[in-house]
Every structure is written in structure tokens, then in C-alpha cells.
Design a protein around this ligand. Structure first.
Ligand code: HAM
Length: 417
């Protein structure tokens, strides 16, 4: 019987991996240039971490978590997002490290969402969290870093939106005004937004329902209510983005779906992706570290969806560079296999990309395979003839003496041709 993958999941086949690898290499280089250190956390955590961390009124906690009981009846949840686990790891093991603690990760996330192009039940994110600094320069650094990853990958059609959703000083006044406004327009809202008026009124701003969007257009915005400190923080962030030439739009409706955000929120979207066009997003979460039992330190971070980014690259026609094989070893004489196997091992150890036949094809078939793999050279070993090194382009050939030094001679040829 043939099995298929579970709904909303996918295999990443080698061709797609090449694009993923390009994304990861680019992201990793950017993180290293900016002194972020890599961290990994478990694939599953105690359910309570996400309920407290991401927030009970978020869609993730309300309806998207993969929660199960293990054999000892512990409630565990497959990681739906990376921030709460990283903060937990900081609280458990990095509290004494000098601040800021700058961490990055690449890991699968699991959300029970309705699958469609760009939205999966298992998706990968690379992300970063800077813990310890209240300075808008930290927010700007993360935004600039993610922007540089998109740029380095050659993605052009990228749009950045930023907003500030205030803090515990100014949010209550806005909330009061927003709840009063929404209660008055209750009949025009979708069922979910009606339910959320009291629990999470901000979410009306990113509801996809057209009538809710219409209501949201005239709702009191958070920016009108920002306190002096939040206002200053936001203006400084915008000035830093301007100084670095990072184009952005202020979007009063950008509230994001996780409950932990304070002040800055941001999101990058890319053209050519349809409705799931957010390729990365994040923001500040100044209360989360203390909320998860750590010291009262501020933090900011982002997550970037790798599948969506791969789709965006595909739509933009960005192709990873083709892989290059240095040498293909054609073995059509079993008596020479051990010498040639030893040669293959030596050359690989010296850093060359080598492939050798294991399919017992004819020399012609092996040469065909060599050109399929994009080999620059082929080494041909046929019964009763000398070893020949052939340049696949131009077909020039050199006789190679089958001695203990042949690896040196072959390497020299490969380097000089
Ligand atoms: P998020 O916006 O929920 O934020 O996810 C980050 C990114 O992951 C999205 O912009 C999107 O590219 C991708 N993504 C999310 N859900 C899916 C899905 N079902 N299928 C495919 N891609 C998806 C967070 O998760 C926060 N932890 C980000 C953050 C870090 N904020 C502060 N620090």
C-alpha cells in the first residue's frame, strides 16, 4: 500500500532543498555577520509554555496547536512558534550571560491551519531573538538583517510594514476606546470578531472579512493613543530605518496574531504569492521574559517562513547556482575498482567533489551520467587500456599513469584546466 504525507505537510525533495539550502546559507551568513548565535530547542514543549507565552486569546492557542498527552499523561504541544521556547531556554540557561543575548534558530513549526499555497501544518522558520535591550536600535537591527537576507537572495518585490501597538501604559486607554467603538458596530462584525471584542479587540484590524475591514478603517488606532515613551521609541525606530535606507510603510492595522507583542510590530510581504504573502514578521515583546519566570528584561525578534520565501524566490525566477562536480570516475574494469575507490577517497578528503559509478553501466552510460551531473572531468578506466582523464567540455584527453601518485597528477590537471 502506498502512503501519502499527512495533510498540510510535504516532503522536501532534493531540487527544492537546493533552494532551501541557498536560503539557509544566506540567512546564516547574515546572522553570523551580526553576531547572533545559534540555538535549538525541543520540537515539543509543555503545553502551558505556549498557553502562557503566546496567549490564550491568540488563534494559535485557541485552535491551532498540536497538543497530545504522553504515556505519563503530561500535556505536550508540538512547537507552533519559536519565541516562547527561546525565551524559556534563556530563562533556564542564559540568564547570567551578558546582555544583549542574540540568538537565531531554524526549526519546524506545527499549526493546525487550513492548508493552502504558502500555508502548511508543518512549516519551517528561521528566526532571531535579541533579549535584553529596550533600544529601538535592536528593533532596527533585526529589521535590517531580515531585509538584507531578502536582498542578498535577489528578491526585489518585498514590502515592509511597521507599526507600534504601545505598552501597558497606553494600551488600556486605547483598548477602552476600541471596545466601545466595536460594541457600537457589533452587528457589522463577523462572529469571531464579535467574540473577540472583549478578549482581543485588536484582532479586528487583521480580520480578513470585508465588513470587519470596513469597520476597522474608522476604528481608533493605537498610534493615536501612544504614550510619550512609546511614541519616542517608534519615531527613533523610523529614523533608524530611514538612515539605513530601508523603505517602509506605517500600517496602523498591523497588530499581528500573537499576544506577546508590545510597541514595535513589523511584517515583510512579497509579491507573487497570493493571499499568504507574509514572508516574515516579528516585533517587540518586552513583558514575555518576566511573564515566563525570568528577569524583567525587554526583547525583540522575528520569524521568517522558509517555504513562503522559497515560493517567492521561485516566483521571482531566482535559481540556486547549479552544483558542480569536479570529477566522475567511470569504472568499466572491476580489477581497478579498489585503486579507483582509494583515489576517490583521497580526492574527496582533499575537498574535491567526486562521484563514481556503482551501477555497472557501460562506459558510454557512465559518461552520460557524468554529463547529467555536470562533471567537469571524467576519469575513464576500461579493460586493457590506459587510464584517461577527459575534459567533458572540449573532450580533450590525457593519459594518467596508474600509480600511487595519480591523485596528485589528476588534481593538478583539474586545477590548471
Ligand atoms: P508568525 O508571523 O506567526 O510569527 O510567523 C512567522 C512567519 O512564519 C510568517 O511571516 C510566515 O512567513 C511563516 N508562517 C507562519 N505560519 C505559517 C504556515 N502555517 N505555513 C507556512 N508559513 C507560515 C511568529 O511565529 C513569531 N514567533 C515571530 C517572532 C519572533 N516574533 C518575535 N520574535
Amino acid at each position: 500500500m502506498k502512503h501519502t504525507v499527512p495533510r498540510g505537510t510535504q516532503d522536501v525533495l532534493p531540487e527544492q532543498w537546493r533552494r532551501r539550502q541557498l536560503i539557509l546559507d544566506t540567512a546564516r551568513a547574515a546572522f553570523e555577520r551580526a553576531c547572533f548565535e545559534r540555538i535549538a530547542t525541543p520540537t515539543f514543549e509543555e503545553t502551558a509554555l505556549f498557553v502562557r507565552g503566546v496567549g490564550e486569546s491568540s488563534d494559535i492557542v485557541r485552535k491551532e496547536m498540536y497538543t497530545f498527552s504522553d504515556r505519563s499523561d503530561r500535556s505536550l504541544t508540538l512547537r507552533p512558534e519559536g519565541t516562547a521556547p527561546v525565551v524559556r531556554a534563556f530563562v533556564n540557561g542564559l540568564q547570567r550571560a551578558p546582555l544583549p543575548v542574540k540568538l537565531w534558530y531554524h526549526a519546524p513549526m506545527f499549526r493546525y491551519e487550513a492548508p493552502q499555497r504558502g500555508r502548511y501544518r508543518e512549516h519551517y522558520q528561521f528566526g532571531a531573538e535579541t533579549i535584553g535591550s529596550p533600544n529601538p536600535a535592536s528593533d532596527a537591527e533585526l529589521i535590517a538583517l531580515l531585509d538584507s537576507v531578502y536582498r542578498d537572495l535577489g528578491l526585489r518585490d518585498v514590502h515592509l510594514r511597521v507599526n507600534s501597538i504601545g505598552d501597558e501604559q497606553c494600551r488600556p486607554q486605547h483598548r477602552e476606546a476600541l471596545v466601545a467603538f466595536l460594541e457600537e458596530r457589533r452587528d457589522e462584525l463577523c462572529e469571531e470578531c464579535r467574540e473577540r471584542i472583549q478578549t482581543n479587540p485588536l484582532r479586528v484590524f487583521d480580520c480578513k472579512n470585508e465588513r470587519c475591514q470596513h469597520v476597522a478603517q474608522s476604528a481608533p488606532t493605537m498610534r493615536e493613543y501612544l504614550c510619550e515613551d512609546c511614541n519616542r521609541h517608534f519615531s527613533e525606530l523610523l529614523a533608524l530605518l530611514d538612515a539605513a535606507g530601508i523603505a517602509h510603510t506605517i500600517d496602523d492595522t498591523l497588530v499581528r496574531g500573537l499576544d506577546y507583542y508590545t510597541r514595535t510590530t513589523f511584517e515583510f510581504t512579497s509579491g507573487g504569492l497570493g493571499s499568504q504573502d507574509a514572508i516574515g514578521g516579528g516585533g517587540r515583546y518586552d513583558r514575555l521574559v518576566a511573564g515566563l519566570g525570568g528577569p524583567d528584561v525587554p526583547a525583540v525578534g522575528f520569524g521568517c517562513g522558509v517555504e513562503r520565501l522559497a515560493l517567492a524566490l521561485e516566483a521571482a525566477g531566482v535559481e540556486p547556482p547549479p552544483s558542480q562536480l569536479d570529477l566522475y570516475i567511470c569504472v568499466a574494469d572491476e580489477k581497478r575498482r579498489s585503486d579507483l575507490f582509494s583515489l576517490q577517497t583521497t580526492l574527496r578528503a582533499q575537498g574535491l567533489r567526486i562521484e563514481g559509478d556503482v551501477m555497472d553501466r557501460s562506459t558510454k552510460g557512465q559518461l552520460k551520467q557524468a554529463s547529467r551531473l555536470g562533471a567537469r572531468f571524467a576519469l575513464i578506466a576500461e579493460e586493457g587500456t590506459d587510464l584517461r582523464l577527459r575534459a567533458m567540455r572540449g573532450r580533450e584527453e590525457w593519459k594518467i599513469d596508474q600509480t600511487a601518485q595519480m591523485s596528485d597528477e589528476i588534481r593538478r590537471r583539474l586545477e590548471t584546466q
